[in-house]
Design a protein around this ligand. Structure first.
Ligand SMILES: CC(C)(COP(=O)(O)OP(=O)(O)OC[C@H]1O[C@@H](n2cnc3c(N)ncnc32)[C@H](O)[C@@H]1OP(=O)(O)O)[C@@H](O)C(=O)NCCC(=O)NCCS
Length: 248
């Protein structure tokens, strides 16, 4: 018996989540490609595989719901920008967390990924309840961002986290601060990674985006991570904001 995987919700239904298979080389290669595109944590694939296998990270592919009329157009845009991602991968995961599941063997082209993770030591550090589950590793293809897929994936993941076996009452996450992301230097870096310029009036920081999804600030932490420019090799210190949302 697997935990529930699909949430039917018309308002947030543009994305569908499919469990990641840590035993599939094709899926691990695709995850690496997407992390390279995201520009973060592309060196953590083996660590994530191990966490998924031991049941402390629940990783999902984000795919476009078949019911969405513009699905083909969105996929075409994604593949045009990321031709290495044009091949479909197959749903082969036989476990989700510690539960077994029957893979659907459906072929799909993921447009991003998202994970739930357990961090007991962080909960103590930030005075969060034991029933806190963390959202990690969220990425939507740069080619089709602002299309509602991130919001849909978050909504579905929050609903899944609140169900057994995780029974989350609080979701938490950390992300880059608005202050850091909106400096001219950062905007230039993000434009380079995104591959196109976004007018400053239209630019939304991750902090603002998560606030819009109902997350409140817990605290700011300076020098949390180092981001390495893949072209120059220069490392930049990135401050973070920790955020949380009460689910029940
Ligand atoms: C952050 C990210 C996941 C968002 O995904 P997305 O698919 O582009 O976002 P969506 O299109 O679903 O967002 C829609 C929501 O953002 C809101 N939004 C749009 N512009 C906004 C702005 N300037 N400020 C605040 N909110 C804004 C929309 O109104 C909508 O809100 P609603 O849910 O209340 O209707 C995506 O941009 C991404 O992958 N970025 C790169 C990787 C990354 O930074 N990941 C997060 C790491 S912690």
């Amino acid at each position: 018996m697997s935990p529930q995987e699909f949430i039917n919700s018309p308002k947030y239904g543009s994305a569908t989540l499919i469990p990641f298979d840590p035993n599939s080389e094709a899926q691990c290669k695709r995850l690496y490609e997407q992390r390279l595109a995201c520009s973060w944590d592309y060196d953590l694939i083996e660590e994530w595989r191990a966490k998924v296998r031991e049941g402390t990270k629940f990783m999902y592919w984000i795919t476009i719901n078949d019911e969405l009329p513009e699905k083909a157009d969105y996929l075409a845009k994604h593949i045009e920008r990321f031709p290495k991602e044009k091949e479909a991968i197959v749903d082969t995961a036989e476990t989700l967390g510690k539960s077994s599941r029957t893979p659907t063997l459906i072929s799909f082209i993921p447009i991003g990924h998202i994970a739930l993770e357990l961090y007991p030591e962080r909960q103590e550090q930030y005075s969060l309840p034991d029933s806190t589950v963390w959202i990690k590793s969220l990425y939507i293809s740069w080619a089709i961002q602002a299309g509602g897929f991130g919001r849909s994936a978050m909504h579905q993941l929050e609903r899944l986290a609140a169900l057994p076996p995780l029974n989350a009452t609080v979701m938490a996450l950390d992300t880059t601060t608005k202050k850091f992301q909106t400096t001219p230097e950062s905007i230039a870096i993000f434009n380079k990674i995104r591959g196109s310029e976004v007018a400053s009036a239209d630019f939304r920081s991750n902090e603002e985006w998560y606030t819009r999804q109902g997350y409140d600030i817990i605290c700011y932490v300076d020098e949390m991570y180092k981001w390495v420019d893949q072209e120059t090799g220069i490392a930049i210190s990135v401050p973070s904001v920790f955020m949380k949302k009460q689910l029940v």
